[in-house]
Design a protein. Sequence first.
Length: 126
Amino acid sequence: MTKKVLRPLCDKIGRERVDQVIRLFYEKLRRDSQLSPFFAHIRDFDTHERKIADFWWIAMGGRLEAPPQVDMVGLHAPMDIKAADLDRWLALFRDTLDEVLEPELADQWHTMALGIGARLRQTLQP
């Protein structure tokens, strides 16, 4: 009997492509007229993107020597994000995933993003 080995999503995608997705996604966010104002206060995008890539790496089962402590919902809740903004964010993220990853991996990562989006949606103002 062959033993099946489960591989975490981080191993399937690889760190280089996680970084690529985040870099491309933030390029899109900064150009997007609806979403760019939410990121205007960020002065050091390299550090921000690295922190977000680290967050996703850990969420996918990866390990880091010094993992970031990121409360995605807590950080975004006070930003006056509306449902339409969140929908746009998720659509841009999906587009980015589809550009970089094969469909199965894009679907798996997108499912994770939808989970975070659902938790954030609960904190949104009407």
